[in-house]
Design a protein around this ligand. Sequence first.
Ligand SMILES: C[S@@+](CC[C@H](N)C(=O)[O-])C[C@H]1O[C@@H](n2cnc3c(N)ncnc32)[C@H](O)[C@@H]1O
Length: 415
Amino acid sequence: MSLPPIIQPASPRSQDPLPQPAPEAQAHSQLLCEKIVSTIHQSGGWIPFPQYMEMALYAPALGYYSGGARKFGSAGDFVTAPEMTPLFGQTLARSIAPILANTAPIVTEAGAGTGKLAGDLLQALEALGQLPERYNILELSAELAERQRAHLQAAVPHLMSRIHWLNALPVRLSGVVVGNEVLDAMPVELIRWQRGAAQEVQRLGVALESVEGGVRFVTIASPSGTPPELSERVGALANKYDWPDDYTTEIPEAGPAWITTLAQRLTQGALLLIDYGFPRHEFYHHERTGGTLMCHYRHRAHPDPYYWPGLQDITTHVDFTSIAEAGFDAGCEVAGYCTQAGWLMDAGLLDLLSASQPADPTQADGQWVRTQHAVQTLLSPAEMGEFFKVILLTKGLPADLRIPGFLRSDRSHTL
Ligand SMILES: C[S@@+](CC[C@H](N)C(=O)[O-])C[C@H]1O[C@@H](n2cnc3c(N)ncnc32)[C@H](O)[C@@H]1O
């Protein structure tokens, strides 16, 4: 069947238009769009939003994370904490070193990006005398795995024999599993709730709309209605959090399901996850009427998930209550939950910053200025400090184990 041309949406930021991709990037996106269009046709004209998000991010060779898009750093679409300063990985090492001393000496990192965190963590754990015997990297993207290998070969050549790439979660896990900004990249259900409407809870998904010259993607409700369990779940949230008459949000399913699997497979050790998000009562706050779905293209955030699919990141905030519940129900203890700033300060980021200061501050170079700036970004409540949270789920660790990062920090964020 020949497909009609797929018309890309105009820049979602009309005041400050997004840059246009280069012709070869546009061609790459068109290939992915054709695949999505075929899937929509084969599914009777509509696919659930999580299926669209999964394809846009992870379709083999074409999705944003599985294709060749630049993604990280100043030439990419976003910058993550490990890319800003090695002090982030060094601080994380302080949190996980005592755990490694009390469980199997294995670190498993999910979604390792450029490999920067892996290199920084390994170097810092080596300096702390807690070098893991194995550092597993669980990576869905072959392209990123290659980039990680090249970075780690240059950064920690003497530790390469300890680093292993995995395509799937091991059946049994022990040691420490870490993931920075992994949960926010997992597909979510998109729903709309309208008080008193014939179909009060709409499960949203993606269909095609004819426009001049071709078709484009649109978000519409499932033509076959909403599964009763999803309706009940959303109705309960609407009542509990007193949503106004028209409310669109996300229901995370892949993230909590992933945590359930990790927690079930963890025989002893910890899961430590860092991401942007809130506890449930903030996630579903009645004023958050449009949900948290956000896209990133060349360092600009915007809300259109159909802008050049495969070339932009699509993310949502994390409902940390669902993560805590999934871990708890699968046998883990919620051993810590706090803001990124609270965790970093408690684990000694500022001591590490002082130690990295040049002996003569008047001779301070650009690197030192960049380090200070990065630390400020990581800690500032107006930037990543409050917005990002850290959750620690443990199993079978000594009850009196003191884990830096979670000793004194603010625990007022009830889950
Ligand atoms: C925003 S990037 C963060 C990368 C890196 N951790 C960092 O901080 O720079 C999200 C990463 O999560 C990965 N990811 C998403 N779902 C995953 C899963 N189920 N297992 C492993 N990695 C996953 C993606 O492939 C991607 O590399």
